[in-house]
Design a protein around this ligand. Sequence first.
Ligand code: IVH
Length: 708
Amino acid sequence: MDAKLRIAQLREEIDRHSYNYYVLDKPSIPDAEYDKLFRELQYLEETNPALVTLDSPTRRVGDSALAKREGFESVRHVVPMLSIHTETDTEASGAFSFDARVKNVLETSSEVEYACELKFDGLAINLRYENGFLFSAATRGDGETGEDVTQNILTIKSIPLRLKGCEAAVLEVRGEVYMSRKDFNRYNEKQREKGLPTLVNPRNGAAGSIRQLDPKLAAQRPLSFFSYGLGEVQGWQLPATHSGILDALKTFGLPVCDERAVVKGAQALAEFHKRVAAKRDALPFDIDGVVYKVNSLALQKQLGFISREPRWAVAHKYPAEEQITLLRDIEVQVGRTGKLTPVAKLEPVFVGGVTVTNATLHNLFEIRRKDIRIGDQVIVRRAGDVIPEVIGRVASSLNIPNGNISLGAGRAEALIPEVKHIPRSPYVHNFRMPLKCPVCRSKVVREKGEIDFRCTGGLFCAAQRKQAILHFASRRMMDIEGLGDKLVDQLVEGNLISSLSDLYDREKVNLQSLARLDRMAERSAQNIVAALEQSKRTTLNRFLFALGIRHVGETTAKDLARYFGKLDAIMQASVEQLLQVPDVGPVVAQSIADFFAEAHNREVVQQLLELGVHWDENEGTAHLVLPLTGKTFVLTGTLPTMSRDEAKARLEALGAKVAGSVSKKTDCVVAGAEAGSKLEKAQALNVPVWDEALLQALLANNGEGFTA
Ligand code: IVH
């Protein structure tokens, strides 16, 4: 095919998928397919430089040349980028006083029409489109002169490189670059896992990323954009209203936030403020208020400006999501998985609309990195539904009085000392992680190279009890039917069980005690007791899996059962012996040894056995080589007569491994109706594909003679 035609096709396709992914949030192809299209386009453009254009998606890769430069070029804004007056009064009266000022200047008593929007908390950016192509992008700077950040803006995939149906010679679009809460949390989560510096808040994330000299680094911090106004315009007939402008920008393919309204009068402004406040936590991004703009451009002109602020717009704030308060103490909380989290005990402070007394400090390394000590003034952030967190300490030289102070319109994080990454000492001055779990007194460990400290109490630890019981009871483990979330909550909170083994202690869990729980019907209680009795007969591998040993999943449990054959042998095995088991590495081996070294855990196991949990020792097939040992199968689609669980169990009984995805190492894929991508992948990799009939034949032959 002609390169020019193919390039056009690829760009159209890539743009369409990008739009679906980044603007509509509805991915239309797998990432790998997208990358393939992208690389093909890159190749065609490299080999046909004459065909490169300004709207090619390949522009988004980022040119690292900038990184070697001193800084960004300056850009003079043809139309200055102004700021808006802020109504710091977070009550409804803020809306009324703005409306009164507007009516006063316009000398009118009739209701004025307003466009209401969100006040996004990010970084103001001017996008300059010339003849429909994205030409440059600049920060606000001092309003007159900003910095050219085009290369970094190009990495924001929701910003179109070419406008749809807009032939304006010049169209400058103004808006906010921001980082969504999801992207912010995900980025920080990853950094925390690696023990690396985190972002203070999404706004800093956006600003820091845009001002990053290397666009390759900028591209690693995902940003988004919302349009909210215009700069210079040439060759476009403006709509009569501000809302009309935003509607038009949307049709050009620019991101415009749908959370907006056109209303009349002060009362309606106050209602918008209130309605958005109720939704604030649920929004996918931070806002620090709403913005009201007189909708008619003619009236805007009439209202004009006062000291560089438009009289026709105002920002109406919400309570700040960051506040300063005193860190009184640090406590340690144990999570459902045994993870120990240091929690800040704070002088109560009103932040993000609620009073906060506890906030997470994440982990010991974060405390060190942020150089936080008990007794410091710290900055607390509470945004969205996430747990409040301490994001930094305030430099002590600032001499802030004890107790909380309101920051008003100020930015709390501006007070965080610059040298964030060089702690005063390698240890936290007046805090230590405990050596024993504060809940159950079991040993606390930190795996090599890991950030988190964990309680090894497992089954014994009350903090982990609910999770441990649910895990224990689930279908692929002890398979206790009817023992779900709600019942486990009741059993634990009603103090019926304090240890896993209590499940089988009929003096504790019986028809009478169950019936007392939240009006449980007699029939249900009978069913639960019967299910508990039935679950006692199990297999060694299910039992091992059910114990909830960290890093021991279904496959490892089977490997262990197959290798050792007896529970005693596993409980007594040294790390070296455990390492002999196929597929068991140092981390897993250590975790198993730690688990059984903990006396509490051995006790629970002992009690379970004494209360009647058992299995057939002969099912432990130690060292036995079965006909399908070393063969990997993948099951996909619906088989005509067998369930997937059954097929899996029967293949595994013959020694085969049943994997969840197809790779070069797969020996055979068994496909039924509506098999999807796994089947395609098998075909692509030339892996043999079987139907149920072939599988049945193999099973009937006890796995002998497998030659797929
Ligand atoms: S309009 C002349 N609309 O708030 C009016 N600004 O001081 C220009 N901002 O840093 C601004 N959301 O980046 C406008 N919906 C919105 C906004 C908004 C956030 C920011 C803007 C600037 C500050 C205004």
